[in-house]
Ligand binder design. Structure first.
Ligand code: 9MG
Length: 276
C-alpha cells in the first residue's frame, strides 16, 4: 500500500479522503452506514468513484455529540476495517481519539489515524510511536460537546500554528517522526463562521511547517450557514471551498461526495500542468 501523504512521490496528486461514518448521529449522514453491508457497499462505490483513502469514524465529533465507549467504538469500526482490507486494495484511515481503538486499528492494517484531538488523549502517543502508521493531527479549540459555545482567538492563524508546532514537538519527543504527520486546521472545531473563512483565506500559511495539509470542509455548517442551505444541498459550496484549500496547498481533502470531488481535482490537475 502506498503512503497516503505521498509527499515525495506524488507531490501534484491531491488525495481524496472519503468519509464513512458508522455512527448513528453524524451530522450529515447520521445512521446511513451503520449497517455492515451498506457500509461495505458505500466503500465499493467510493472506490469506483476514485477515492484514495476511506476515513472510518465510530464516534461522532459534531457539536454536542455524546461520548462513545471504547468497546462500542471498536465494535463499530474494527470489523469494517478488517472486511475492507480483506476485500479491497485501498488505504484506510481510522478517525479516533482513543488509544485502545488506535492499537486495534494498527493491528488490523489501518494506514492512517485521523485524530481530531491530535494524540492528546492518554496513551495515544505511546501506541502510535510503536507503529509506522501515518497520523493526521487536527486543531480544535475546546471539546466537541461545548466547542461551538464561544470560540475566541486573538490571532487564529498564529494560535493554530503554535498548536501544530507544539504537537509536532511532542510527537518527535515520543519517537514519532515528522514525516508521518499530516496537519489539519480543523474547520468547524471551536471556530465561528468568520474564523472558518479566515482560516480558509489564509490556509497557505500552514505550508510554513513543511508538512502535508488536510482540509475537511465538506457539507459543514460553514457552508450551510453562509449559503443558507440544508445539509443535503451543500455540494457546490463544499466543492468551491475544497478548491480554495487545494489551490493554497491542501494535499488531502476529506469529503462526502467522492465522485464530484475527484472530478473537481481532475480539473485542477489539468490546469496545473500549464502553470509555471
Ligand atoms: C472526523 N472529522 C470531522 N471533521 C474533520 C475534519 O475537518 N478534519 C479531520 N481530520 N477529521 C474530521
Amino acid at each position: 500500500m502506498s503512503k497516503i501523504t505521498s509527499i515525495q512521490s506524488e507531490l501534484n496528486k491531491v488525495q481524496v479522503m472519503g468519509i464513512l461514518n458508522v455512527t448513528p448521529d453524524s451530522f450529515s449522514d447520521g445512521g446511513q452506514f451503520t449497517h455492515f453491508d451498506s457500509a461495505l457497499k458505500q466503500v465499493e462505490q467510493m472506490i469506483k468513484n476514485g477515492v484514495d483513502v476511506i476515513d472510518i469514524g465510530g464516534e461522532s465529533t459534531r457539536p454536542g455529540a455524546v461520548d462513545v465507549s471504547v468497546q462500542d467504538e471498536i465494535i463499530r469500526v474494527i470489523p469494517l476495517l478488517k472486511a475492507i482490507k480483506s476485500r479491497f486494495d485501498i488505504n484506510v484511515s481510522i478517525d479516533t481519539s482513543k488509544a485502545e481503538v488506535m492499537a486495534e486499528a494498527i493491528t488490523f492494517g489501518a494506514d492512517m489515524i485521523n485524530d481530531v484531538r491530535a494524540l492528546q488523549n492518554k496513551g495515544c502517543l505511546e501506541v502510535v510511536a510503536q507503529s509506522n502508521i501515518e497520523i493526521c493531527l487536527m486543531h480544535m479549540q475546546g471539546m466537541p460537546r461545548t466547542m461551538q459555545e464561544n470560540p475566541e482567538y486573538n490571532d487564529i492563524i498564529g494560535d493554530i500554528l503554535d498548536f501544530f508546532r507544539q504537537r509536532i514537538n511532542c510527537c518527535e519527543q515520543n519517537g514519532i517522526h515528522k514525516e508521518r504527520l499530516v496537519l489539519d486546521p480543523g474547520f468547524g472545531f471551536g471556530k465561528t463562521l468568520e474564523h472558518n473563512y479566515e482560516v480558509l483565506a489564509k490556509f497557505s500559511q500552514f505550508n510554513a511547517l513543511g508538512l502535508p495539509l488536510l482540509a475537511g470542509i465538506s457539507r459543514k455548517s460553514m457552508i450551510g450557514n453562509l449559503l443558507n442551505r440544508d445539509v443535503s444541498d451543500r455540494l457546490a459550496g463544499s466543492l468551491a471551498a475544497a478548491i480554495v484549500a487545494v489551490q493554497q496547498g491542501a494535499k488531502i481533502i476529506r469529503v462526502h461526495d467522492v465522485q464530484e470531488s475527484v472530478d473537481a481535482m481532475r480539473i485542477l490537475k489539468a490546469v496545473a500542468q500549464y502553470k509555471i
